[in-house]
Unconditional design. Structure first.
Length: 439
């Protein structure tokens, strides 16, 4: 699909369903998946991290495309189930699992519970034994060190995530002694948003080495080994995509040697990834509500901004604020080559609601559409949508050239992480309006 085909569909989505809206092109996700499959072969499993974009229709579409989902809450478990996913194909990560969530996951038959602490192991063991089950678990390891340039913020530092490598051996022995659990393998999420192919390959080798050492020291014949992929996407001008061919050339020999060891012949090695699959498939489309020139600078004020797309405003783990790539859809007057510097801002009454500073675009007028790139991951789901009480943005999925409105309904409130035993009752003194909203 060419840029102008995509623009035509983005414009149709905006005109038909309204702005602001997120538009996801499934064809672009297919391209990412086939790139991964061709480079790494069918033996490397793919697990989609739901938190990147939990839209139910997207999860349903992905069920034919990726092997597993990684969920991080009971809410995401329910979304996956509603989207038709077999719970046996899910893994459940997250450092703050509530007891009710662990119970719900075990009862639902979640394939792998990812153990982030001995507290979780003990709770899961008790729940599994009560249900006369043995729950397969992966132990999440926090490495002591990682190759430079890859998630080095996460290795060797105090972290809420996983069990420190320094104490892993003792923890493994404890987990192996719990009869309600079976240790099915290990999980390492080493970092995120890496674009350097050599560092990525080196990191994966390092992770395989940790897996090998732990498994042989404790005689584990793993069913699954999960590598948090760290595969990044080029958000900003001047960044280049990961060279996957290079990663695979550096890695495939290593992987086949690894698999030859009898202990690992049945191990499924899985790449767990969010943004790499869906980020580039999505555009955030916002319409210019008003323009002005203030002290010599052109400003376009749009109907959606930080409230819909926090990361594009630079307030989501970005060290240095840089604008996401974006373009305007259609050129009203003159030619696309005639551009001017413009500040693109959202509708909120705060100066941090800014999508771009001084980006070069063809002259914008009221009613024009702007498409912000790389908006398929951590867009809507990572944003303060209630701030200043604007309506929820629309979500649209493009399958072939058909537009499907897939706006997520929050009418019944976000999924609550509690079952009957933990249900919270509203007590006297609750304002009736709040009680209605929670009903
Ligand atoms: C967030 C997360 C991912 C996905 O990260 P991306 O950078 O989007 O690929 C994968 N695994 C875990 C455990 C995560 O927390």
């Amino acid at each position: 699909m060419t840029r102008s085909d995509e623009d035509e569909l983005l414009k149709r989505a905006a005109d038909r369903f309204g702005t602001p809206c997120f538009v996801y092109f499934t064809q672009r996700i297919e391209q990412r998946i086939s790139l991964l499959r061709t480079n790494f072969g069918p033996d490397l499993g793919l697990s989609y991290a739901v938190k990147a974009n939990p839209n139910p229709a997207l999860l349903e579409w992905l069920s034919g495309e990726v092997d597993h989902l990684d969920i991080s809450s009971a809410g995401e478990l329910r979304l996956a189930q509603e989207a038709g996913w077999d719970p046996a194909l899910l893994s459940f990560t997250g450092p703050g699992k509530r007891e009710a969530e662990i119970r719900e996951a075990i009862r639902a038959g979640v394939g792998h519970l990812v153990i982030e602490s001995l507290r979780e192991a003990r709770i899961a063991d008790r729940i599994a034994r009560q249900a006369a089950r043995v729950q397969p678990v992966l132990m999440r390891i926090s490495p002591e060190s990682l190759p430079k340039g890859f998630g080095d913020q996460m290795a060797g530092k105090p972290t809420p995530f996983g069990i420190d490598m320094e104490v892993a051996h003792d923890a493994i022995s404890i987990i192996q002694s719990l009869t309600g659990l079976s240790l099915a393998g290990f999980h390492i999420y080493a970092g995120t948003q890496c674009l350097k192919a050599d560092v990525i390959a080196e990191t994966y080798r390092h992770l395989l080495d940790i897996f090998a050492r732990l498994c042989s020291a404790h005689d584990v014949k793993p069913a699954m080994l999960v590598m948090g992929s760290g595969l990044g996407v080029p958000y900003h001008q001047g960044e280049t995509p990961v060279d996957l061919r290079f990663v695979s050339r550096m890695l495939n020999g290593e992987l086949s040697t690894f698999r030859k060891e009898p202990r690992f012949t049945n191990a499924k090695i899985v790449l767990e990834l969010g943004r790499y699959l869906v980020s580039q498939a999505g555009y955030f489309v916002t319409r210019v509500v008003s323009t002005k020139t203030s002290r010599g600078r052109r400003i376009a004020i749009c109907d959606g901004g930080m409230n819909n797309h926090l990361p594009a405003s630079g307030h989501f783990g970005m060290v240095m604020r840089r604008s996401y790539r974006m373009h305007s859809i259609g050129v009203r007057n003159g030619s696309a080559d005639e551009t001017e510097a413009v500040d693109v801002v959202g509708p909120l009454c705060t100066s941090i609601d800014r999508l771009a500073s001084g980006v070069e675009l063809p002259r914008l007028e009221e009613g024009d559409l702007i498409a912000v790139h790389n908006s398929g991951a951590y867009g809507l789901t990572a944003s303060p949508v209630h701030f200043i009480s604007h309506p929820m943005p629309e979500e649209v999925m493009v399958v072939a050239d058909t537009l499907l409105r897939i706006t997520r309904s929050f009418a019944s409130g976000p999924a609550r992480a509690c079952d009957s035993e933990d249900a919270v009752r509203l007590v006297d003194g609750t304002h009736p309006a709040a009680a209605n909203q929670n009903a």
